[in-house]
Design a protein around this ligand. Structure first.
Ligand code: PLP
Length: 451
């Protein structure tokens, strides 16, 4: 711990926060944000001396852990050399970041448009798709998250997040595969895959393929439940897009850069989209950065025609320096392979063992360091432990589970009736076992709410 606990300093930080910081996604008068004093590796700590094993990777972005020395040094070095430069110039660090990202994206996604984060990447990807095809509509899945800006929030397949001030103009939602709560009443992965593809094709045909610019999908759905697609689903969507001249956008903002045990989740199924959005893990969020990787064909659309989009901080030198250092460290230290190992040999088996012991665990699913435990009241009926969009008393069982985790030093990621197990890719095996032991204990709280 580099910062000694000092509760009075923590109180001052909290008081200033309450007075002046307006927080995301919150009723401002009902929150009590914990004051963080520092972080390192898989841990962060507060001013009272409480240390937490971060099984959330913050917002599922610190793939390389907190304060990786190579990334910190790279940002410091870049700050001493060139802090800022407009996007219209060619600079070494931006060229190198683009080269390293393009070297890892699938297929011919070799041109990189940099943004400040994931939502801006989605905004620009859909703009490129609309301009490339000359078509207006966008198809996206229910149970998805694509960001909180205008187009991205309307693409997000979660009505809780739809703003009441803007209509979802030109956006059509469809059901993706989710066998545990199958919208298609399927009983096997194969059936779920086939029915989901047939449903998507029906949607395309009835909407009119000539009106559809793009289909956007998370390769593995993140925020909405860690839904790993059945084998053949992404390839099937690719085929539908090819057949109907629709741009295929894969959103790898959360799943990319090691989280699933590959550089990109699409690599598991050998699928290449036309546009791929990324952010989070590209530099573990040390400086805001995201982007769109663009196919040769779509990039060529803008060879003689200006692309009508840009950002003051596109390809910011400090962000690019942190991306270069992150990607190099991930490659040199075998961090992506480590995430795959943790998923296969430690987290996967460990979480499945928890499911055997705890009646509240309805399903375990995931890969790499990207897992969900879906908690239920009743395993037979699969009734969720808390209802959809639970607040107040209704959310009590999940709140009690989260409180039990925190009391034992684990920071969980909780969303509705699920806890997502999404630690950094750099988590050690010992830390993974420590976290699993805390989850084991905390799940007894969830068990007490089962029938
Ligand atoms: N797309 C996906 C798949 C995400 O998970 C997120 C954020 O969680 C976003 C887009 C939005 O990214 P940002 O919050 O950086 O704008």
């Amino acid at each position: 711990m580099s910062t000694l606990p000092d509760p009075s300093a923590g109180a001052a930080v909290k008081a200033a926060d309450r007075a002046h910081v307006f927080h995301s996604w919150s009723a401002q008068g009902l929150i009590d944000p914990p004051a963080v004093a520092g972080a390192e590796g898989a841990y962060f700590w507060d001013y009272d001396g409480n240390r937490y094993l971060d099984f959330s990777s913050q917002l599922v972005n610190t793939n390389i852990g907190h304060q990786h020395p190579k990334v910190v040094a790279a940002v410091q070095e870049q700050a001493g050399r060139l802090c800022t430069i407009a996007p219209g110039f060619a600079v070494d660090v931006r060229s190198e970041a683009a080269r390293l990202v393009a070297g890892r994206t699938p297929g011919d996604l070799d041109k990189i448009f940099f943004t400040n984060g994931g939502a801006e990447a989605v905004e620009n990807a859909v703009r490129m798709a609309r301009l490339h095809t000359g078509r207006p509509k966008l198809l996206s899945a229910y149970r998805s998250y694509h960001g909180a800006t205008a187009a991205a929030i309307n693409l997000t397949g979660d009505p809780r997040r739809w703003p009441s001030d803007t209509a979802s103009a030109g956006v059509v939602h469809f059901w993706g595969p989710y066998l545990y709560r199958s919208p298609f009443h399927a009983t096997s992965e194969e059936e779920e895959c086939a029915r989901a593809l047939a449903h998507l094709e029906d949607t395309i045909v009835f909407e009119g393929p000539q009106t559809i610019a793009a289909i956007i999908l998370e390769s593995v759905v993140g925020t909405a439940g860690i839904l790993v697609p059945p084998a053949g689903y992404l390839a099937g969507v690719r085929e539908l897009c090819d057949r109907h001249g629709i741009v295929f956008i894969l959103d790898e903002v959360m799943a990319g850069f090691g989280r699933t045990g590959r550089w990109f989740a699409a690599d598991h199924w050998g699928v290449t989209p036309d546009l791929l959005t990324f952010a989070k893990g590209v530099n573990s969020g040390y400086v805001p950065l995201g982007g769109v990787a663009i196919s040769a064909e779509i990039a060529a659309t803008f060879d003689r025609r200006p692309y009508p989009g840009g950002l003051t901080y596109s390809g910011h030198p400090l962000a690019c320096a942190s991306a270069v250092a992150t990607i190099e460290a991930m490659a040199e230290e075998g961090i992506v392979e480590h995430a795959a190992h943790l998923g296969e040999h430690v987290l996967g088996p460990g979480l499945r063992a928890l499911a055997e012991r705890h009646p509240s665990v309805g399903e375990v699913r995931g890969m790499g360091v990207f897992w969900a435990l879906e908690l239920v009241k009743d395993r037979t009926t699969r009734e969720p432990l808390v209802p959809y969009n639970a607040a107040g008393e209704a959310a009590a069982p999940m709140n009690a589970f989260a409180a039990a985790c925190k009391k034992s030093g684990l920071w969980p990621f909780v969303n509705m009736n699920r806890t997502h197990v999404v630690p950094p890719c750099t988590l050690t095996e010992a830390e993974a076992r420590e976290g699993l032991a805390i989850l084991d204990e905390a799940l007894t709280v969830a068990d007490s709410h089962t029938v």
